[in-house]
Design a protein around this ligand. Structure first.
Ligand code: DHB
Ligand code: FE
Length: 282
């Protein structure tokens, strides 16, 4: 059977890709951020997951204000990046896993989630920056990725409790898949940040650290926030916490924190990193 063996959370700020493209990892500004990553890379290299289910948000590359799925699932065998206007290089394609994707689509729609199912989907920095952080030099081609896209840009957005429930349904779908696959779930984006308006640059470090604690040990607490609560407490883009919450919903067994890092601001964002181990309780 397919098994979820762990989870990773990470920021997806485009400036990270720029720093990596220009070899700035050891500079004083970036070092406290990048120093968090080697233990996570080592764990991934040791465990060699077959599939990454990656919760991310699309900031306007594939879904703009003209069409905005609440939840979208990729079912392709390959995903491409494209120029988003940040000046970061366009990168090699990401490998998909269409069979498990379709299994998840069938199960989750049967459970009552009205997903947008995408046989073609360009993926933006929300998906590509986390992959490049885990496999620098864009060496992620060997791992199959299933993109789960949550609307965090345009109201109305799904509430945290709905993102969590989606994660739970995806977790159940994975566990019912007969092939022996090692799956790791990524929750990306966040934590607190606001990119626009009078509060641009707003970060709530105390809240971010509390979120990281609660995500590990009492995730249901995070589902009590509404998106408007998150905007007030964590900035307009703090709603990206939904991706972390969706990821955590997939983990129904025993969760152990193996590693964490928090540093901020990086660009305008409080950047949190977590590595969680997941053991099934059956
Ligand atoms: C930044 C953060 C984001 O989440 C994003 O999508 C783009 C930019 C930033 O802090 O620069
Ligand atoms: Fe973002």
């Amino acid at each position: 059977m397919a098994k979820i063996i762990g989870a990773v959370t990470t920021s997806h700020i485009p400036a990270i890709a720029n720093a990596m493209a220009n070899g700035l990892e050891e500079t004083p500004y970036w070092k406290p951020f990048f120093d968090g990553y080697p233990p996570v890379r080592d764990w991934l290299n040791e465990k060699q997951p077959d599939v990454i289910i990656l919760f991310y948000n699309d900031h306007g590359l594939e879904f703009f204000i003209d069409k905005k799925p609440t939840f979208a699932l990729g079912v392709a065998d390959e995903y491409h990046n494209a120029d988003e206007g940040w000046g970061i290089p366009t990168i090699p394609p990401v490998t998909g896993e269409s069979e498990l994707s379709w299994h998840i689509a069938n199960k989750v729609v049967d459970e009552g989630f009205d997903l947008t199912i995408c046989q073609e989907m360009r993926v933006d920095h929300g998906l590509t920056v986390p992959l490049n952080l885990m496999w620098p030099g864009h060496k992620y081609g060997h791992v199959k990725v299933i993109p789960v896209c949550i609307n965090c840009e345009q109201h109305p957005m799904p509430q945290p409790k709905r993102s969590y429930a989606l994660g739970q349904a995806i977790g159940r779908a994975v566990e019912s898949y007969p092939e022996d696959l090692k799956v790791v779930v990524f929750g990306t984006g966040g934590l607190s940040h606001q990119l626009d308006g009078e509060r641009a640059g707003f970060i709530n470090r105390e809240f971010d650290l509390k979120c990281m604690d609660q995500l590990v040990s009492e995730p249901e607490e995070l589902t009590k926030y509404s998106n408007l609560d998150l905007i007030e407490i964590a900035g307009a883009q703090g709603v990206e916490l939904n991706m972390w919450i969706g990821m955590r919903g997939c983990l129904t067994g025993k969760v152990t924190e193996l590693h964490r890092n928090y540093h901020g601001p990086i660009s305008n964002t409080g950047a949190g990193l977590l590595l969680l181990e997941h053991e099934h309780l059956d």
